[in-house]
Design a protein around this ligand. Structure first.
Ligand SMILES: Nc1nc2c(c(=O)[nH]1)N[C@H]1C(S)=C(S)[C@@H](COP(=O)(O)O)O[C@H]1N2
Ligand SMILES: [Mo]
Length: 251
């Protein structure tokens, strides 16, 4: 992650220098001018990419909370294992975190509640054409990753959910490490000041505030660090991605 960003930054500086050096001496040559213009465009694109990866999503106040926050997609998983967990108030639920990590482990809800939590009031945008503002609370994903310690080979964080569609395809999602360690990427166990309700993903869901609703996996059961997405389900990094949606669902 750091390497890619460092490379990108070095690349930007080199392009910037090239543009500056080229200006006076060579600007008469139309081909060179075109080349420089293209370099400048690439530099602007790269800059936009960099800032978009570090920018914060807008946060709102309690006065902005939507009176109705729709529940979408699965609203009550039929999976018997999930049903059994729900019946006992998720007392036996635990989030498994493994794959390319030094210290795989499970986190009960109590474990997660002991970690420092972030509260954020944000707007959720669904591709189906609705938005709603809600308050979310839970540990930053970076905190959880800090406990399990991703190996240097790890590139993606993959989220496996309790629900599947009629064809048996499990809902899942994935982020790269940069998005995973963004301060607003949290594992939410609370919504609007109360325990996360079942329609919204109890007992734990992902919030990735700069991306569209389908990235925010509900009913989390397991998280895995991986070096590639190709061998998981349809291979495109998410349930909706496997059906053609964008993997980076930036708003
Ligand atoms: N496990 C799971 N997560 C999911 C979905 C789903 O069907 N199953 N739907 C997604 C979509 S498209 C949206 S818009 C949001 C909806 O979250 P909400 O029910 O809290 O509004 O959850 C996302 N996460
Ligand atoms: Mo959505």
């Amino acid at each position: 992650m750091i390497d890619r960003r460092r490379l990108l930054i070095q690349g930007l500086a080199a392009v910037g220098l090239g543009v500056l050096a080229g200006c006076d001496a060579l600007s008469g040559d139309a081909r060179v001018v075109r080349l420089l213009e293209r370099a400048e465009q690439a530099s602007r694109r790269a800059q936009r990419f960099l800032s978009s990866r570090t920018a914060m999503a807008k946060e709102f106040t309690a006065a902005d909370l939507s009176s109705i926050f729709p529940a979408n997609g699965t609203v009550n998983p039929v999976n018997p294992a999930y049903k059994a967990l729900a019946e006992r108030g998720f007392a036996d639920w635990a989030l498994k975190v493994g794959g390319l990590v030094e210290r795989p482990r499970s986190f009960s809800l109590a474990d997660l509640r002991r970690l420092p939590a972030r509260t954020q009031i944000t707007r959720h945008d669904c591709v189906e054409g609705w938005s709603a503002i809600g308050q979310w609370m839970g540990p930053q994903l970076s905190t959880v990753l800090g406990v399990v310690r991703p190996l240097p080979r790890a590139r993606y964080v993959v989220f496996f959910c309790a629900d599947a569609d009629e064809a048996g395809a499990t809902y899942y999602e994935s982020l790269d490490l940069e998005e995973a360690v963004h301060p607003q990427t949290i594992l939410a166990y609370e919504m609007n000041g109360g325990p996360l309700p079942i329609p919204h993903g109890a007992p734990l869901r992902l919030r990735v505030e700069r991306q569209l609703g389908y990235k925010m996996a509900k009913y989390l059961m397991r998280i895995e660090l991986r070096d590639s997405l190709t061998l998981i389900e349809g291979g495109r990094g998410g349930y909706w991605e496997d059906q053609g949606y964008e993997w980076y669902a930036g708003i």
